[in-house]
Design a binder for this molecule. Structure first.
Ligand SMILES: [Zn+2]
Length: 372
């Protein structure tokens, strides 16, 4: 074991040699420290005020040095003190945190199974998407297949082929975002964000011969300033059935069944005339209010979702306008069919009692996690 020698010479060379020996001894003893008791002994041996190595060095080297060497020896002793303190501190760290110590045998990437894990919260289906899936599954059970199409559409598919001629006033109700710098293209090829999922009806009929039974979920856009019941982006689920001998009775029966599947077997449906360019005749369908049971009242309070009427307007529908068949090479004398479309966001609002459509799109987890 190292013991502090008396110095015969205080020359730089002699000091270098003495310091080198001390450092080697310090390193060796530090490496041998394996537990708390040894670490304490190591510390005391080198740093104890009364008889530690540092104290001895102070006595045997600094105090014994001749006057003209005191300054140099003093500097060396300070350096040694720093080195010893560093080594003692390191030995203590290694004892306390064995995995992080450089001389520890544990590899630095060792798995510590006692550490708490990283919590990854489970996501859940967005309430609007969930509602769309529910609507789609009702029609799938009736034998409808699911079709989708592009959100960026041409004027032709979004308007013209659906019997909205250029400059037709019905286009005003479906203003949307148009892609810029397309003035050089003919109007029918200009791109826009689709205002309804109906272009997918045209695209499907171009590819398929009747019978056609499709349900079309998707995102649509309109120039509607955002408020509690409007959003410039929303979701539709649309349906189309074309075959021989399809009548308005089939439309009514299908939709009545679908509403009972969605809102409960006690809901009633009611139709009133409406207008859409691509259906003739057209209708709006209402369901009896499934919140107040059609009474218009909730206890003594008025029922807000149905505006006290007992009825909720839920979708638009109608028999496919024969003009539309002209765009897809169907013979209107041989086939007939119906189409319907509903806002998935609006149905989600009614189903979950949400009072502001914006909540669906703000991305606030505190709101969304309620539907998990
Ligand atoms: Zn009501």
């Amino acid at each position: 074991m190292y013991s502090v020698p008396k110095l015969k010479s205080f020359s730089e060379a002699a000091l270098d040699k003495a310091v080198e020996k001390l450092r080697a001894a310090l390193k060796q003893e530090a490496a041998a420290v394996k537990n708390g008791a040894e670490q304490k002994a190591f510390r005391d041996r080198w740093m104890a005020r009364k008889d530690g190595v540092l104290t001895e060095i102070n006595d045997l080297w600094l105090k014994a040095a001749p006057k003209d060497a005191k300054r140099t020896v003093g500097q060396r002793v300070n350096e040694i003190r720093a080195i010893v303190e560093g080594a003692v501190k390191k030995a203590e760290e290694i004892r306390l945190h064995p995995a992080t110590g450089p001389s520890s045998r544990a590899p630095s990437d060792a798995l510590d199974i006692t550490l708490p894990g990283i919590r990854r919260p489970l996501g859940s289906e967005h309430p609007v998407i969930k509602t769309m899936h529910e609507i789609v599954s009702v029609f799938r059970n009736l034998g409808y297949s699911v079709q989708e199409g592009p959100v960026i559409e041409t004027d032709y598919y979004n308007f013209e082929a659906l019997n909205f001629p250029p400059n037709h006033p019905a286009r005003d109700t479906q203003d949307t975002l148009f892609i810029a710098n397309q003035e050089s293209k003919p109007q029918r090829d200009r791109l826009l964000l689709r205002t309804h999922t109906s272009p997918v009806q045209i695209r499907t009929m171009e590819r398929m011969k009747p019978p056609v039974r499709i349900v079309i979920p998707g995102k649509v856009h309109r120039n509607d300033p955002p408020d509690a019941s409007h959003s410039p982006m929303f979701h539709q689920v649309e349906g189309l059935a074309v075959d021989t001998n399809i009548t308005f009775c089939d439309l009514k029966g299908t939709l009545d069944h679908a509403m009972k599947a969605l809102f409960g077997s006690s809901v009633k449906t009611s139709f009133r005339p409406s207008f859409f360019p691509f259906t003739e005749p057209s209708a709006e369908m209402m369901v009896s209010c499934f919140i107040c049971g059609g009474s218009g009242k909730r206890g003594s309070e008025p029922c807000r979702p149905c505006k006290q009427t007992g009825w909720i307007e839920i979708l638009g529908c109608g028999m496919v306008d024969p003009n539309v068949y002209g765009f897809v090479d169907y013979d209107p004398k041989k086939v007939s069919g119906f189409a319907f479309g509903m806002g998935a966001d609006r149905i989600a609002i009614l189903k979950y009692g949400v009072d502001d459509i914006q909540l669906f799109f703000n991305g606030d987890v505190r709101f969304l996690e309620q539907f998990g």
